[in-house]
Each structure stands twice: as structure tokens, then as C-alpha cells.
Design a protein around this ligand. Structure first.
Ligand SMILES: O=P(O)(O)OC[C@H]1O[C@](O)(CO)[C@@H](O)[C@@H]1O
Length: 380
């Protein structure tokens, strides 16, 4: 991964101290980031489920965004068909898919309304089921016994949006036949001085941008297969930091598509945003067909789609520099488990450090309960 930090870096000794304190006094959820983490299942138990080729994963928010990010980012490597059911949509194509052979239903609380509704609409008697949930009595623990489903514990000390490297993301990864171990980059990263400096300076600069009134973080994403990674990131940032009238609004822009839609605003609109450029450089090599190129556009000959896209990203970075628009950039060299593991780790640490500096608890989400309570009042 190549990470280019903001141009005008603000260095903060407090953030560095916070980082060292965080390493010394690690939250227990950090166990999930390490290769030594003890899953609630054994590799032997899950082996029999690896033969299933057509899976459905049902969950909401942090229970599913991580596995959806993994699936889409690494799709070229994955031979299975996985259907994600992560919203309420009566018109979705998945209602017509009758070939599912294994369901994975994931919910920490076991009581999330959308997950219950989707599970009870979609699951068919002929399908096998695995349920990942907290051990306590809940709708899903009861459903598991009714369905005679395999049940694996969702450790109660791991919050949904921080759970991607626990059972929640790694069981799906195993079932996708990916290498779970390679996602676990925490131990390597915290020994890497470059990584630590980048992380600390990135957090310090983000804090000073927030202080100067820039509370919208726009991701200029040049890799369509990373859209779900940034959906995961959105929840992480929004639920962790959006409290006490503070927080960041993460917006994901599809690039270069949004050159033709939002770019004008980014360049000349309100001076209230900061940006993250993101691209993955390992892709199929699809080239322009030379014999069809008109003489006026000879420069296109031999070019690949990726070369054109990457040139647009570099060009846009140049324009941002000339306009003094703050941004950082990620260029991911390899599309593999390791790169994705590094990104998960970077963003998790970044969020926790921002939470500490802003003096908000990055691990709770008190207000989302309000919607659940009001909805129940309407339905009962
Ligand atoms: O895993 P559960 O309990 O179904 O919750 C799903 C999601 O719902 C939330 O509680 C928000 O409503 C998230 O924090 C969580 O990731």
C-alpha cells in the first residue's frame, strides 16, 4: 500500500501519546486483529461448510458490511456466488434465487428487526443454516434451535463495526476460501515506523481540519470493487464519532464517474470538505482496440482502461494541489487479503484515535436505539 499523507501535515504529540497508550492498554477487541485470535469455531467444524457453493449472508450494518467489502474487493479470486441481504427491499432479485444451499445469519444482538424479517422471508427448509450471534437469549438463538442451525458465538466484547476480523468477517472469508491469516496485519503494522508516523500524522491533520470547520470527508474512490469497503468505513466513522454534536460525515464518490457530476462542486463549491483519493492498481489489463481509434485521438492507442483512470486520478490530485484543497491518497498495489487487512487496521486505529482526541466514546451508538423503539411502537 502506498499512502500519501495530507500535504500540510499537522504533527501532534498528544495523538502520538494516545497511540502509545492505546498499544499499551489495548481494548480486548484488538485480539481479533491478531493471528492468535481464538474463534468460537474450529477450522474442522467449518470445513464441512466450505463445499457449499451458493451462499446467502443476512445481516445489517457491522454484521455484514465487512464481509460484503471482502467479497467485492477480492471477487476475482472468489469462485462462489454469495448473495448479501443487508437491507429491506421487496423488489430485490434475491427473492427469485432458489439455488441457495447455505445461509449465514449474523447479528450480535440477535434481535435486529431487518435481519429477523429477511431471515423469516427468505430461508427455505431445504437450506442449511449457520447463525453467528451473542450467546444470550434472543430471537435468533431461538430461531437457531427451531432450524437446528449451527450456532457460533459473536463475542460480546466485539462491537459490530469493529468485528470484521472476528467471526463476523472471517467466517464468511473462510467460506469464500480466502486465507484468514493473511488479513491479520496488526502485529506487523505496529512494528512499522512508517505506518505509525503516517497514522499519527493523518489523525493529527484530520483533527485540525475538523477544527477549521471541515466536517465532511469525501472519498474519491477510483476502484469500483472498493465501494463496499467504503460503506463499511462510513459506518465505522459515522457511528463511532457522530455524537455530542461532533463527528465527520463520510461521503463516497464514484470516480471518475463523478467528474461529470460532483467535481465542479468539489473544486469551486464551499470550502468545507477534505478528500481521500483511493485506487487499487492490480486489475485486469483491458486495452483500447487500436484499429478502431480515430486519427484525432491517436494518443489513446495501446492504452488500458486502468492507465486512463490512473491518469485522471493523478491529474485531479494536481488540480487539488493548485487549488490548495486538502487531501490524502491511498494507492493499493495488490488486490489481496493482506492489503485489505492493512486497510481495515488503519481505519480502525484511525477511528479510535479520532474518538479519543474528540473526547467521544468510539464504541457506543446510543441514539440508533431511538429509531428501533419508535418503529416497534408503530408495529406492535
Ligand atoms: O449485529 P446486530 O445486533 O444485528 O446489529 C447490526 C447493526 O445495528 C447497529 O446496532 C445500528 O443499529 C450497528 O451498530 C450494528 O452493526
Amino acid at each position: 500500500m502506498i499512502f500519501k499523507n495530507f500535504l500540510n501535515i499537522k504533527k501532534s504529540k498528544t495523538v502520538k501519546k494516545d497511540f502509545l497508550r492505546l498499544l499499551k492498554d489495548q481494548p480486548i477487541l484488538f485480539e481479533t486483529l491478531k493471528p492468535t485470535y481464538k474463534y468460537s469455531y474450529s477450522k474442522k467444524i467449518i470445513k464441512k461448510y466450505k463445499k457449499f457453493s451458493n451462499l446467502r449472508i443476512i445481516g445489517m450494518g457491522g454484521s455484514v458490511l465487512g464481509s460484503e467489502a471482502i467479497y467485492n474487493f477480492l471477487k476475482p479470486k472468489i469462485k462462489k456466488k454469495i448473495t448479501f441481504v443487508s437491507n429491506l427491499n421487496s423488489n430485490a432479485d434475491y427473492f427469485d434465487n432458489k439455488n441457495i444451499n447455505l445461509n449465514l445469519i449474523i447479528s450480535k444482538s440477535g434481535n435486529t428487526l431487518e435481519t429477523i424479517a429477511n431471515a423469516n422471508t427468505l430461508i427455505d427448509k431445504k437450506e442449511k443454516n449457520i447463525i453467528v450471534t451473542d450467546a444470550k437469549n434472543s430471537y435468533l438463538t431461538n430461531l437457531a434451535s427451531k432450524l437446528k442451525a449451527e450456532i457460533f458465538e459473536h463475542k460480546n466484547y466485539v462491537g459490530g463495526r469493529y468485528s470484521v476480523l472476528s467471526e463476523v468477517g472471517m467466517l464468511p472469508a473462510e467460506l469464500m476460501n480466502l486465507n484468514e491469516r493473511k488479513f491479520k496485519q496488526f502485529n506487523n503494522l505496529i512494528k512499522n515506523k512508517n505506518f505509525i508516523n503516517n497514522l499519527v500524522n493523518n489523525v493529527s491533520t484530520t483533527l485540525s481540519l475538523i477544527k477549521s470547520g471541515k466536517q465532511t470527508s469525501i472519498i474519491l474512490n477510483y476502484d469500483e470493487q472498493s465501494e463496499n469497503l467504503f460503506k463499511w468505513y462510513q459506518q465505522l466513522i459515522a457511528e463511532s464519532l457522530g455524537k455530542k454534536s461532533l463527528g465527520l460525515l463520510p461521503v463516497v464518490s464514484s470516480m471518475p464517474k463523478d467528474n461529470h457530476s460532483l467535481m465542479q462542486l468539489y473544486l469551486d463549491g464551499p470550502n468545507k470538505y477534505f478528500y481521500t483519493f483511493f485506487n487499487v492498481l492490480e486489475n485486469r489489463n483491458i486495452k483500447i482496440k487500436n484499429d478502431g481509434v480515430l486519427n484525432t485521438h491517436k494518443f489513446l492507442k495501446n492504452l488500458s482502461i486502468e492507465k486512463i483512470k490512473q491518469s485522471q486520478m493523478i491529474a485531479t490530485e494536481k488540480v487539488f494541489i493548485s487549488k490548495k484543497i486538502p487531501f490524502r491518497s491511498f494507492r493499493i498495489l495488490k488486490r489481496n487479503e493482506q492489503s485489505l487487512g492493512e486497510l481495515f487496521c488503519f481505519f480502525i486505529l484511525e477511528t479510535i484515535l479520532l474518538g479519543r482526541a474528540l473526547n467521544v466514546n468510539p464504541f457506543d451508538q446510543p441514539s440508533v436505539e431511538l429509531i428501533k423503539i419508535e418503529t416497534k411502537k408503530i408495529l406492535i
